[in-house]
Design a protein around this ligand. Structure first.
Ligand SMILES: Nc1ncnc2c1ncn2[C@@H]1O[C@H](COP(=O)(O)OP(=O)(O)OP(=O)(O)O)[C@@H](O)[C@H]1O
Length: 388
């Protein structure tokens, strides 16, 4: 979709910002460009929409050499989001979002309808925010308008230059999550510039780690973290890359423990007697369709006729299979839970098992070793020290 072939950019003062760069971004792929300040990320990005012209080499968009495409026509195919959102202060949020459809000569009604749809998509209710002016929004809300505006003409390609750089870490993480959900729906081809390795790892399908004017490594987040190609990359991703891996390592079925299970309609006396005989302190409670309901402690006092249903406790700490280990860890902390329930990814809610801190640790170590040994994670044996 976007292809760089031997692209070099030398500025008039002799600075080589980009040096013989070749890489490709596939359709629907999100590639993050990450590296320290001044390494050529923005220059790379601006060459794609011809805000900057390369000194040498060729850039292709969908197979077309962009130097042969009229820049105005080219920019219609490319949404652009930057850190200083650049909203028009005297226009409302809805008008700002409809800017590009307006420029494209869409009928006013159609442009506004599209703008309202997009505001909704980025989590801003158009009936609440549509008539506000940019100064009446928070920084995070302004960034969302910037994203909505870039998507308004439905361009196949999005260029995003530190779009979440100006907001605090909490809002930033929320915007990143929202953007990932949005991207899962719209599947644009995205080049995303950031100097934050955490952000690059969370968002990118692949990451291009920049050194000076060159790409040092172009790989999946897990590979960049697990097997940095050069000492420079290892240094850039940092000594805590084991921790960062938490965000890119999904919960797999083989990571789960299978504790005792009881059902809502079981009698309490039978259920607790069984748990005690198995030496279990608690059990997961499922409904008739094997979906997660909650949990019950083995020492729940049983009076004659009660069923599990009346004494089961709701389980708030759960995640779908495939969620990153980091989220599992955060969920444990948030709910002060010694384990979390893991359910079917498909959204049916079928209970699969539980993840404990020990198993989480093991999954992380296995994931790191798997990369080093180029093996699937489930096949890696790790030695663990028994704590019980
Ligand atoms: N117009 C210009 N004239 C001369 N040199 C420039 C110009 N624009 C950028 N540079 C230089 O080119 C190099 C790459 O700049 P670029 O903006 O692409 O880096 P970056 O990786 O995006 O940095 P940052 O993260 O700080 O935005 C830097 O050394 C910069 O000083």
């Amino acid at each position: 979709m976007i292809r760089f072939e031997h692209v070099t950019k030398r500025y008039a003062d002799g600075t080589t910002a980009v040096d013989d760069l070749s890489f490709e971004v596939a359709e629907g792929e999100l590639v993050t460009l990450v590296g320290p300040s001044g390494c050529g990320k923005t220059t790379t990005m601006k060459m794609v929409n011809r805000l900057i012209e390369p000194t040498e080499g060729t850039i292709f968009l969908d197979g077309d050499d962009i130097s042969a495409i009229d820049p105005v026509e080219l920019r219609r195919r490319i949404g652009y989001v930057i850190q200083q959102v650049g909203l028009f202060p005297h226009k409302t949020v809805l008008e700002n979002t409809a800017t590009v459809p307006h420029l494209l000569g869409w009928k006013r009604g159609k442009g506004r309808a599209r703008a309202a749809e997009l505001l909704d998509l980025v989590g801003l209710d158009p009936s609440v925010y549509g008539d506000r002016y940019p100064e009446q929004l928070s920084g995070g809300q302004r960034q969302r308008v910037g994203v909505a505006r870039a998507l308004a003409a439905d361009p196949p390609v999005l260029l995003m230059d530190e779009p979440f750089g100006a907001v605090d870490p909490v809002v930033r993480e929320r915007l990143q999550n929202e953007f990932l959900k949005l991207q899962a729906q719209v599947r644009k081809t995205v080049l995303f510039v950031t100097h934050d390795i955490e952000e690059a790892v969370r968002l990118g399908d692949r990451i291009a780690v920049y050194g000076h004017g060159r790409i040092e490594q172009f790989d999946s987040p897990a590979t960049v973290l697990g097997a940095p190609a050069t000492p420079y990359v290892a240094d850039f991703v940092g000594a805590d890359r084991g921790l960062k891996r938490l965000s890119v390592t999904p919960i797999e079925e083989s990571d789960l423990d299978r504790p005792p299970v009881v059902h809502l309609d079981d009698t309490l006396a039978e259920a607790t007697a069984r748990l005690r005989s198995e030496g279990a302190r608690w059990a997961v409670v499922l409904d008739g369709r094997e979906n997660l309901h909650g949990w019950i402690p083995a020492d729940t006092p049983a009076d004659g006729t009660a069923s599990v249903r009346e004494h089961a406790r709701r389980m708030e700490a759960w995640l779908p299979l495939g969620a990153p280990l980091k989220q599992a860890f955060a969920t444990m902390l948030q709910h002060d839970a010694g384990w979390i329930a893991v359910i079917d990814e498909g959204g049916e809610g079928r209970f699969l098992g539980v993840l404990t801190p020990a198993r989480l640790h093991e999954a992380l170590r296995r994931s790191i070793d798997a990369d080093a040994q180029a093996l699937p994670r489930a096949e890696v044996a790790v030695e663990t020290v028994a704590t019980a």
